[in-house]
Design a protein around this ligand. Structure first.
Ligand code: GDG
Length: 731
């Protein structure tokens, strides 16, 4: 069976109506459905989602059959589920919070319960079709838990997730009572996409502050998996909107529109009824304009299309009443016998009529308070074949990041919006064309097909990147191969990290002292004349001296700041400035005060904040906070900040284990090199060594090392095997 792609969204791209006891299906023609059409209509690919209405149980099989012909798979939801999961949690919790309307949110426990249940229900349906090797692309905020739910049952599938609405700043997102669950639900994906880089930044910030994930650039490491977060600004089917302007029906609409408003500048607004769209504020700006500039009486016409949406949710009903009232007031106040300032429609229209409006409108006024992207603005641009027309666009819409030749406004600033309308009315055609043609190029190039391709290509790339990063377990055959190479070699270097590699983790760092077994292993290895055994640790040189000074070992302490060849004294790197310490220490102390069990260790070249004795989870959380707090200070001062195993370490950039290891090998060309290490700082060794060297990561399979072992006990077993080899060959 060929691998397939499964698109999943709350709604299927289909409209179902019941007529004379029959269900009639018509495919939706929205931009997303068109774009994803190139995916789900191919081969054995499918789209899974809710069909848009409640279907009685006895009719579900029949509807499923009809849908299957269109490659669509239904998730049937009850009226209760729609009420609690969709209208409740999705639209009364996530929608307002993600659009910064926090006071509109209702954090009802039953909403959350239902949201979880329905996400599970989606999982059950998807799993009936899913096979390892398949690719899944989940759409939007109604299904935030689904990536992790699917990952839990089918760990290897490729999962992409795209959120169509904004991701709010961390300070807003943290308000949600179930924030950690939502984040870890999303972390199940391999690739998470948003419209803008701001959303990406907000999400990464929330991930690093509110979860145990590690964030580095745009990659999140969570439960030994890597998740990439990127922006993919969604486009429209630009060619379709351009072609529509040549359509005969559209042409008819255009001439009748022109006839109804001779001599009037047409200002167009189109939105779903939603408080995020700034409809009331826009009306206030228009009212202010009519009041301030009476000379525009009967020269302007505001065409306002509001598409009914979620009108069973009380907030939306209330908004509708307010819009009705404000439009009524403006019309009553400013109209003349032959002129109406606002043409308001609370309904939807066929796309041909929209196209006619886009073509006729001198100005398109798009002023949402928040909008993930806003496609209306792009559709207007795509419809302006002659490059005229002015787009006024809110800076809070994702589209403003791309369409920056629009007149960009803050939608809360009613005066500014009014002035932008005046500027648009009076804009010379030359300027209109200059601005519009630049925007048209963007809209045409970054169209919906480009968006789909871009996302799918990146998803494939991420999967390959994850696989290449996955280090292989050093299975028995590998260990045997290493032993054979070891046996043959006459000159060997063995680099060993200490904590987490040779010994297990101890709550008290001073308790992690070497035991008899490790001494025996080290003694056996180091007395073989072919071996040079080097301990490369982040520990202080005094500690290494006390523990290992009596053995035939070379010692590298504090990540390379202190070094000692066997039989010689300790050397340190030339004095590096440590004025930074005072400042960093002050910050670390404030975190130590808030985190019982944590403490700061002062080493010659570094400061280490330890949290191995803190409450589970709290230390990781604080480490992330510290990371965010000191990020810019670290760069300014030429420092590096290294998360390790239950530590976060600050040190001079010149000091690192990789450089120290290379310095140790300088001038010598051993036949055999092997290095073991368990944390971030050991990655520098793995990366620095020749690719032919054996590098072994302990405890995780995400590493630059060639192989990994599960824990320090496995390392000991393996070292014992090598030590035995030493003795066999030298006997
Ligand atoms: C969400 C995010 C993001 C409108 N009236 C009619 C009609 N429409 C079509 C428009 C446009 C679409 O509806 C509206 O798209 P928007 O992007 O403006 O807004 P949302 O519905 O809130 O969409 C948004 C989007 O997802 C995609 O990711 O951009 O930020 O909120 O295509 O043309 N279509 C027809 N008749 C109408 O009367 N046929």
């Amino acid at each position: 069976m060929v691998n397939k792609t499964i698109i999943i969204s709350n709604r299927l791209p289909v409209k179902i109506v019941e007529q004379d006891g029959e269900y009639l299906l018509s495919p939706s023609e929205g931009g997303l459905a068109t774009g994803l059409g190139s995916v789900y209509k191919k081969g054995n690919n499918i789209w899974v989602g809710w069909p848009g209405l409640e279907i009685p149980e006895e009719r579900q099989e029949e509807v499923s059959r009809q849908l299957a012909e269109l490659n669509l798979i239904p998730v049937f939801l009850t009226a209760d589920e729609i009420n609690l999961y969709y209208e409740g949690f999705s639209n009364e919790v996530l929608w307002p919070v993600f659009h910064y309307m926090v006071t509109y949110a209702n954090f009802e426990q039953v909403y959350w319960d239902s949201y979880q249940c329905v996400n599970h229900k989606f999982r059950t349906v998807v799993n009936a079709y899913l096979e390892e090797g398949d690719t899944i692309w989940i759409q939007d905020y109604q299904l935030l838990l689904l990536p992790e739910l699917i990952r839990a049952t089918k760990p290897k599938v490729t999962i992409g997730f795209f959120q169509h609405i904004p991701f709010p700043s961390y300070e807003i997102f943290r308000i949600i009572p179930w924030r950690e669950e939502l984040l870890s639900g999303m972390f199940g994906a391999d690739l998470i996409g948003f419209h803008t880089f701001d959303d990406v930044r907000h999400f990464l910030n929330a991930a690093s502050r509110l979860s145990l994930a590690k964030v580095s650039d745009n990659v999140i490491t969570y439960k030994d998996r890597q998740v990439v977060v990127e922006s993919f600004p969604m486009g429209i089917d630009a060619a379709r909107f351009e072609q529509l302007t040549d359509d005969a029906v559209v042409a008819e609409h255009i001439s009748s529109l022109q006839e109804t408003m001779p001599g009037c500048k047409l200002i167009l607004t189109i939105d779903r009824l939603d408080y995020s769209k700034g409809i009331l504020q826009r009306l206030l700006a228009y009212e202010l304009l009519l009041q301030t500039y009476p000379e525009y009486t009967d020269k302007l016409s505001l065409y306002m299309i509001v598409v009914p949406s979620r009108d069973t949710v009380p907030r939306y009903k209330e908004l509708r009443d307010q819009v009705d009232q404000l439009v009524g007031n403006i019309n009553a106040r400013f109209r003349t016998l032959s002129w109406l300032p606002v043409h308001y429609f609370y309904r939807s229209f066929p796309v041909e009529f929209l196209s006619a409006l886009y073509s006729t409108a001198d100005i398109c006024l798009v002023t949402p308070m928040r909008d993930g992207m806003n496609l209306v603005s792009k559709e207007y641009v795509a419809s302006r074949a002659d490059n005229t027309g002015v787009l006024i666009l809110s800076e809070m819409a994702g589209a403003s990041k791309e369409l920056n030749d629009a007149l960009i406004v803050n939608p809360n600033n009613i005066g500014e919006v009014m002035r932008a309308i005046v500027q648009a009315i009076n804009m010379p055609v030359e300027e209109q064309k200059m601005r519009m043609s630049g925007m048209r190029d963007i809209v045409k190039k970054f169209n919906i097909h480009h968006w789909v391709r871009n996302f799918m290509d990146k998803l494939t790339e991420v999967k390959q990147m994850q696989e290449s990063l996955l280090t292989k377990y050093a299975v028995k055959a590998v260990r045997e191969q290493i032993r054979l190479d070891y046996e043959k070699a006459g000159d060997r270097y063995i680099f060993l990290d200490y904590d987490g590699t040779l010994v297990g983790f101890q709550g008290d760092i001073d308790k992690a002292s070497p035991d008899e077994e490790i001494y025996t292993i080290l003694r056996q290895l180091s007395t073989d004349p072919a071996n040079k055994v080097v301990i490369v640790s982040g520990r202080r040189h005094e500690t290494l001296e006390e523990w290992f000074g009596h053995l035939q070992l070379d010692l590298i302490a504090e990540h390379g700041a202190w070094q000692k060849h066997y039989g010689q004294g300790w050397n340190s790197l030339p004095l590096l400035t440590d004025r930074w310490k005072q400042e960093v220490r002050t910050v670390l102390d404030t975190y130590t005060d808030r985190t019982p069990g944590s403490f700061t260790e002062d080493k010659s070249y570094s400061l280490v904040w330890h949290y191995r004795k803190t409450e589970e989870g709290l230390g990781e959380l604080r480490a992330n906070e510290i990371f965010n707090h000191l990020k810019s200070a670290v760069t300014d001062k030429g420092l590096q900040m290294m998360p390790g195993n239950k530590v976060i370490e600050f040190k001079n950039i010149e000091v690192n284990k990789g450089k120290a290891t290379l310095a140790w090998l300088y001038g010598s060309h051993p036949d055999f090199i092997i290095a073991f290490g368990d944390d971030h700082t050991d990655e520098d060794i793995f990366k620095a060594l020749d690719p032919k060297a054996y590098t072994i990561k302990v405890g995780s399979n995400i590493s630059a090392a060639r192989y990994y072992l599960r824990n320090f006990e496995e390392v000991r077993e393996f070292l014992k095997m090598l030590a035995e080899t030493t003795r066999n060959s030298s006997e």
